[in-house]
Write a protein that binds this ligand. Structure first.
Ligand code: ADP
Ligand code: MG
Length: 371
């Protein structure tokens, strides 16, 4: 018989809590890779190499030449809320790193098998460690869970295998390995565009030729040409917009910290009306974070709707930098969205700048045709 009264409230088991939390952060292989890429960039890597098997579900490996992880930190590396990037709540308002919550590696360890090989400059050898459900585990039965010395270069290799082996519904929700691979390639491509001083490589494990490979010497424009092809590359317009005057100029700066909250700058590479795609390709970075914003996208599309025929759309790369104090990055578990001050004004100014550039383009073309 069904009970008529309320059921008792019970505390969830720790490992269930962690697995549920992990599912919010790691949606699919590409979301794990985004976290790992950001960790490598936070570690100031200048070379990042990614290897993938079966769309990242069988294997997702990322190797960087960053600062490495201290051996003493390995025991708590995959524990939830352990981080080297944040100490106090107020640090949140001056973040210069992608990470801050210490949840990524923990989450991965709750939904996959994870191992780490890492070496700092000060170490004489590398250390290898295996993790499951937030803690160090022995690589094989009968061994200790302690990190083992091994050969290795400065930097870190994170290997993730059998993603979602313990969450079958998540696994079955994933499409094909080719679609997951395409999403991974998309994330790497976007970070490679935004970080032209870092060399990126992405390949399928076992394949001799990488699908994506950039050198560390390019700039954003070159990276777009290389990664998105000639038809976009030859039509790229460079647009810059900023507000440097802010409130601080009118204030007495001797009275302590000037308020920079209205200062911002933006840089865009977007296609001229000669380029027409079936849908908008939009790369948006706010304070170097790859994010999504349907309102900014809509604003820019409406500018283009004035110069493109119906059903035609542009390629737009847009990087906005605002005062870290005026952006809240802690609104979404995957940090896919951010909230920042004066978003409407900034969006309008950027749209205007793009509009002017596009209009200038069509003028110059009219002029060309007339001569
Ligand atoms: P967060 O990035 O929010 O700090 P993570 O779970 O992503 O949390 O990583 C935990 C910690 O592990 C980081 O704070 C950093 O100290 C270390 N770490 C992770 N990946 C790397 C890496 N590739 N190179 C150096 N340190 C790393
Ligand atoms: Mg991180």
């Amino acid at each position: 018989s069904t009970p008529s009264g309320p059921l008792p409230i019970q505390r969830l088991h720790e490992s269930l809590i962690n697995r549920i939390a992990a599912g919010e952060i790691i949606h699919r292989p590409a979301s794990a890779l985004k976290e790992l890429l950001e960790n490598s960039l936070d570690a100031r890597a200048t070379s990042i190499r990614v290897a993938i098997k079966d769309g990242g579900m069988k294997l997702l490996q990322i190797q960087d030449n960053g600062c490495g992880i201290r051996k003493a930190d390995l025991p708590i590396l995959a524990e939830r809320f352990t981080t080297s990037k944040l100490k106090t709540f107020s640090d949140l308002s001056r973040l210069t790193t992608y990470g801050f919550r210490g949840e990524a590696l923990a989450s991965v360890s709750h939904v996959a098998h994870m191992s780490v090989v890492t070496k700092t400059k000060a170490d004489t050898c590398a250390w290898k460690a295996y993790y499951s459900e937030g803690v160090l585990v022995p690589p094989k039965a009968g061994q200790t869970p302690d990190p083992k010395p091994c050969a290795g270069n400065d930097g870190t290799i994170i290997t993730i295998e059998d993603m979602f082996y313990n969450t079958p519904t998540r696994l079955s929700a994933l499409r094909s390995s080719s679609e997951e691979y395409a999403r991974i390639l998309d994330v790497v491509t976007k970070y490679a565009v935004h970080n032209p001083k870092v060399s990126f490589l992405c390949r399928k494990a076992g394949s001799p030729t990488p699908e994506l490979s950039t050198s560390a010497t390019s700039d954003v424009g070159q990276a777009i040409r290389l990664l998105y092809g000639h038809s976009i590359g030859k039509e790229l317009l460079h647009v810059e917009s900023s507000c440097r005057t802010g409130g601080s100029s009118s204030r007495d700066t001797s009275a302590g910290d000037p308020d920079d909250s209205e200062r911002w700058s933006a840089e865009a590479y977007c296609t001229s009306p000669n380029y027409q795609a079936k849908k908008t390709v939009f790369l948006l970075f706010i304070n170097h974070r790859l994010v999504e914003s349907s309102s900014i996208k809509r604003a820019i599309e409406s500018v283009y709707s004035g110069v493109l025929p119906k059903g035609a759309f542009p390629f737009v790369y847009l990087s906005i930098e605002v005062d870290p104090r005026s952006v809240d990055v802690n609104v979404h578990p995957t940090k896919r969205e951010v909230i920042f001050l004066n978003e409407e004004v900034i969006t309008e100014r950027i749209s205007d700048a793009i509009q002017q550039k596009l209009v200038g383009q069509s003028h110059s073309r009219v002029f060309e045709y007339q001569t």
